[in-house]
Design a protein around this ligand. Structure first.
Ligand SMILES: [Zn+2]
Length: 236
């Protein structure tokens, strides 16, 4: 399965940008965690995080973590400050016209598809000599998700539903950039996905292939296996 490393910027003694009651390190972590949860729930992908709590990790350590995992993609989550508004994304200098840039186009465009109707400005697809982009040995992107010290941007970031939708757009962008396989048919409504997820969580169904044709009945032998497992569980 493809491996994605999500990198919430800053952490611990390094708070990052601040403004309007928003602190970059907390916001980046929350949106990265939401993105991870959406990715693993919906797609065939392994997701690692460079941090899952408020700790300081150096830029080189973050890159090395991804290199050791031999990850397929590295996504760094940041928020901007100091004079401006809107969204921008970065790849390493000289990689805009390589595969890294192609992946950036897909992720960036998917995020802007969500942001543009809200009137949020597209600051563009950029290149920079950032350590996490330079030191990672796989395609890498750094997202600057709006300006915490801009009143208009901050008003969006302060809304939980906005943060969830932004994570969703980011997850969908990563999925389509890497061509991740959807674990469910795209038309399956949430209640069907949840019902099926429960069967797997409880260990009543284990083989992933059943998920690919969720409208079809199970063969009699598979129904027998599910019932037998349930029976064994209840009689434990
Ligand atoms: Zn930052």
């Amino acid at each position: 399965m493809p491996i994605v490393v999500l990198d919430p910027g800053h952490g611990g003694r390094d708070s990052g940008a601040q403004g309007n009651g928003l602190v970059e390190k907390h916001l980046a972590l929350e949106i990265a965690i939401k993105t991870r949860d959406i990715l693993v729930k919906q797609f065939e992908v392994v997701v690692h995080m460079t941090r899952t709590d408020d700790t300081f990790i150096s830029l080189s350590e973050r890159a090395q973590m991804a290199n050791r995992l031999n990850a397929d993609y590295f996504v760094s989550f940041h928020h901007n400050a100091a004079g401006g508004s809107g969204f921008e994304s970065y790849v390493y200098i000289g990689t805009r016209n390589q595969r890294t840039g192609q992946l950036q186009n897909i992720v960036h465009d998917r995020i802007m598809e969500f942001l543009r109707p809200l009137g949020i400005r597209d600051r563009g697809k950029k290149e920079a000599n950032f350590a996490v982009l330079r030191e990672t040995s796989m395609p890498a992107i750094l997202l600057e998700n709006l300006f915490v010290d801009n009143a208009g941007d901050a008003a969006h970031l302060q809304r939980e539903s906005f943060r969830t939708d932004l994570a969703n757009a980011t997850a969908k962008g990563i999925a389509s950039a890497l061509g991740l396989i959807d674990r469910f048919p795209p038309t399956a409504p949430d209640w069907k996905r949840e019902a099926i997820d429960w069967l797997y969580q409880e260990g009543l169904l284990t083989h992933e292939d059943w998920k690919k044709s969720i409208e079809n009945p199970l063969p009699l032998w598979a129904e027998a296996v599910v019932l037998r497992r349930l029976f064994d569980k209840l009689n434990k």
